[in-house]
Design a protein around this ligand. Structure first.
Ligand code: NDP
Ligand code: 8X3
Length: 258
């Protein structure tokens, strides 16, 4: 698959966003890479330049910071301002406590990042796409946007919101030529579970024990495929799960986790 446009990826410092950067770079894209950890953005940019000659522009900001998002996108130099694809990937889960014992700071983090951050990035990029009469917003939803599981009420609510925003945005953009899609993975082994469990690597490892999860590259390949359909084709949503996962809670494991 080849792609010659400019792609802005939120959360390109790890996991699925980083894999999307690699996939789009290999396909020939120019990349605006964003995330809070600037040194990781720089290392990725260096790697992609060496591997594919990829041109990159780096923006380190927190998607929860509304002013920072609008300043970063609004301040793009003219040669980087025309974004063809926005990959709204930055996101996280925090904890798996029951609501009645929930960590309220974690709720704020999830809602502010997964819902409000996604909206800020979309609002900042969208006017240019509408003006040019083309563009593509690809959101990272989740199986958690289709199902709910114990201890996941707030995370699942944010991903249900991503689904609602995706569908509403597609209606709002009807007739503009701008496409809107969501790619909704099940279990993908990234830093997601380490972040969810506040750095508890052993607990994070247990999430994937005895089963074969998806890789970030599996999802990146799907995102690239969605972006490279002909302009008259809009892939609305794709749910992609490991073969070992039948639902958010039903996972086949070859051994019982300790
Ligand atoms: P990772 O933790 O590996 O990566 C998350 C990325 O999001 C990092 O690049 C991080 O960058 C960025 N990010 C988080 N918070 C912020 C913030 N406030 N501002 C800017 N960037 C931020 O997780 P994944 O790659 O797994 O997750 C990517 C997306 O995929 C998320 O939306 C997640 O909900 C979704 N998803 C993940 C699944 C999984 O099983 N892993 C399954 C389904 C969906 P930095 O910390 O440098 O800012
Ligand atoms: C992340 C995967 O199953 O924890 O969206 O919801 S899950």
């Amino acid at each position: 698959m080849s792609f010659s446009g400019t792609v802005l990826i939120t959360g390109a410092t790890a996991g699925i966003g980083e894999a999307c950067a690699r996939a789009f770079a290999a396909a020939g894209a120019r990349l605006v890479l964003t995330g809070r950890r600037r040194e990781r953005l720089q290392a990725l940019a260096d790697e992609l330049r060496q591997a594919h000659g990829t041109e990159t522009h780096l923006l380190a900001f927190d998607v929860r910071d509304r002013e920072a998002v609008f300043a970063a996108v609004g301040g793009l130099p003219p040669e980087w301002a025309a974004i063809d694809v926005l990959v709204n990937n930055a996101g996280l889960g925090r904890g798996m406590d029951k609501v009645q014992a929930g960590d309220v700071d974690g709720w704020d983090e999830m809602v502010d990042t997964n819902v409000k951050g996604l909206l800020y990035a979309t609002r900042a990029v969208m006017p240019g796409m509408v003006e040019r009469g083309r563009g593509h917003v690809i959101n990272l939803g989740s199986v958690a946007g289709h199902e709910v599981y114990p201890g996941g009420a707030v995370y699942c609510a944010t991903k249900h919101a991503v689904g609602a925003i995706t569908r509403g945005l597609r209606m709002d953009l009807l007739g503009t030529g701008v496409r809107v899609s969501t790619v909704d993975p099940g279990m993908v082994e990234t830093e997601f579970s380490v972040v969810r469990f506040h750095g508890d690597r052993d607990r994070a490892d247990k999430v994937y024990r005895g089963m074969t999860p998806l890789t970030p590259a599996d999802i990146a390949e799907t995102v690239l495929w969605v972006a490279t359909r002909p302009p008259h084709v809009n892939i609305d949503e794709i749910i992609i799960k490991p073969t070992d996962q039948a639902s958010a809670t039903l996972v086949h494991r070859s051994e019982t986790p300790a």
